[in-house]
Design a protein around this ligand. Sequence first.
Ligand code: BMA
Length: 395
Amino acid sequence: MKKFSKSAYFIFVLFFVGCSSSLNYKPTDPQVTPEAKDLFYRLLKLQDIGVMYGHQDDLMCGSTWWYEPDRSDVKEAVGDYPAVAGFELGEIETGGERSLDSVSFAQITERVKWFHRQNGVITVSWHAINPITSQWTDRVKSPNGPGSAWDVEKFSSGRYSEPESIKYFEIKADSLNAVKSVLPGGENHAMLNEWLDILAEYFMTWTDEKGKLIPFIFRPWHEHSGSFFWWGRERCTDEEYAELCRYTVNYLRNKGLHNILYAYNTDKVYSLEDFMRGYPGDEYADMLSIDWYGQGAEFNALVDCALNFASKAAIEKGKLFALSECGNVSQDIADILKKYKVSYFLTWRNAPPRRPVPENFIQMMEQRREEMNHQLRQMYADPHTLFLKDIQNVR
Ligand code: BMA
């Protein structure tokens, strides 16, 4: 379908379907900046028009390249950027210049400012290192490995090799509760505060040409229902998790950051009760969201079911809703999303290999990308799936 008919579709939707009643909807921060408030209501309006397509790291790297301003794998496939750009801040808490994915924080700032000028939507994730295991002297921190956000294996699993690890078997299981350790009263509480100070200082640099703080969606402590991160459901109690979320939001607000919309997020969930376990409370979430990777008939059915109960809960609570991570670009998902009020869905990054790889690997990547591009083009032609140009003039 051509762009012309996309515009006609928007006019139809706005005039004949109308906007969600905004009566129940409001951003949660009592001191929200006018810009963040505008973003909230703009997202609400866009949710009535269609579902935005988002792509993680779209502006930072692609399957074969690292940071080339203006470059984007999505743009190369369809001639337009995604409507939502995802950025990852993992390891900013260590005070370095680059993220766990070797992406420069200075370059992220530059792209955030640029994308904001394009009237695109910005969303941020944060795979913070494990506050306990990253301190172990024999832990060599590596992206996604020991000491990282993913480092959640119990000592008894024998994952860590001798000789130093012997002593770790003696540590009481309770001390593995990394969430408890960073909450007030915990042995790593000061560390969390330092991390949040670094984060706040960085967010303060995200300003527009008038010096105003750029509004964005922040999705900290994501995928709670999965247990692959140290803040996952099996690593702490639901109440400790909720407290971590509230503490984080309050801390950043107290630092003067009132430009952030917060997303509450789970991994796979099978009932509303499941979805709401660990929910920090209505004052701490502007958006409810789910991450779910997979494909095929069973996956489609499960996601459909979860989107149904979760997006309805969002409407009842006056919150935005997103499928904030999913694995594959697929028209199946785009079609399921049409049934619900969803702000955006985001596919994860096209990461370039970290090390030199054999020629056949590159060929495989290129082939995979060609398949993805085909799906992207199909989605681009669908008037319900919104890319940057589709939202630029929606204020
Ligand atoms: C994961 C993978 C990792 C990456 C992390 C944070 O799902 O893509 O390689 O480090 O996201 O971006």
